[in-house]
Design a protein around this ligand. Structure first.
Ligand code: ZN
Length: 294
């Protein structure tokens, strides 16, 4: 599932490739996504110009002139694809085809249809239920140890699950929560409310570092995520624990363990992340991991 770095990569590329373009036509597949795509979408978008492409957590906000925003979420498998003028492409599962007046195309493809395309008056974005319940975006508002600790006070939730709770901090998912905890040297099963101040400082620092590195690497591709030009993200080779069950920890050689927390896989090193004796900073050498293809 795309997380913040993947969505930020898409945002940057859309901002470069379609900002300033005016919509000539939109065609819909007629299939519903997480919720139905409004049937009025083609009529409401026609003639409008894309003025900005923004992101909050894992949501893309494609801002148009005259107070309208396309609020979009990639869900499990959604992709925005940019087609050059004249480019011909045959693809299944394309649910919206936007054509600009200069011939450029912008398609939304979603095999599993958990994605979202919603039209919201720009002035009302702050009240949209999808955005209103989100915690702070960790790129827009880089987390601090004290800030995370205050939010976690008294929480019996496992720290891995806590980091994925979009109401507390919005944008981390299964991949980056696992990576952050390995780098911070923390057992993912510990209660969030029980971490020491220094441990929260390590978590905050690693959230900032992992997100910056993953955005620089254009995100991680596991199954369907691609950039708007169809390229896979490059960050997968930098992952230290995610999807590496039974492979040796880059830092200590112990086999990486996979457990299930909140119906999601967690990957961690029982040696580097085993102790409760305070933070141990897992600074792995930067050797590229060999990854299973899947
Ligand atoms: Zn280890």
């Amino acid at each position: 599932m795309p997380e913040l770095p993947e969505v930020e990569t898409v945002r940057r590329m859309l901002d470069e490739s379609v900002r300033g373009l005016t919509i000539r036509s939109v065609a819909l597949s007629g299939h519903r996504l997480r919720e139905p795509i409004p049937a009025t979408l083609p009529r409401r978008l026609r003639g409008r110009t894309i003025e900005r492409v923004e992101r909050t957590a894992k949501y893309l906000l494609i801002g148009l002139d005259r107070d309208l925003t396309i609020l979009s979420h990639l869900g499990m498998s959604g992709r925005w694809l940019v087609l050059s003028p004249g480019q011909r492409l045959t693809l299944p599962h394309v649910h919206a085809r936007i054509r600009f007046t200069d011939g450029t195309g912008l398609w939304f493809q979603d095999v599993r249809r958990f994605g979202l395309l919603r039209l919201v008056p720009t002035a009302d974005l702050g009240r949209d239920p999808a955005l209103a319940r989100l915690g702070p975006d960790p790129v827009a508002e880089p987390p601090t140890g004290a800030g995370l600790r205050a939010v976690a006070r008294g929480s019996r939730m496992a720290v891995k699950t806590f980091l994925m709770d979009q109401r507390r901090i919005a944008g981390l998912g299964n991949i980056y929560a696992s990576e952050v905890l390995h780098r911070a040297g923390l057992d993912p099963r510990r209660h969030a409310g029980g971490l020491a101040p220094g441990e929260w400082e390590a978590v905050a620092a690693e959230i900032r570092a992992v997100l910056a590195e993953a955005i620089a690497g254009m995100g991680t591709t596991f199954s369907t995520y691609r950039t708007v030009w169809g390229e896979p993200g490059r960050y997968g080779e930098s992952l230290r624990v995610y999807d590496r069950a039974n492979e040796p920890c880059h830092r200590c050689g112990t086999p990486i363990r996979r457990i299930v927390q909140g119906q999601r896989s967690t990957f961690y090193c029982p040696s580097c992340q085993g102790g409760r004796s305070g933070p141990r900073r897992a600074r792995a050498p930067r050797t590229p991991a060999t990854r299973r293809a899947r």
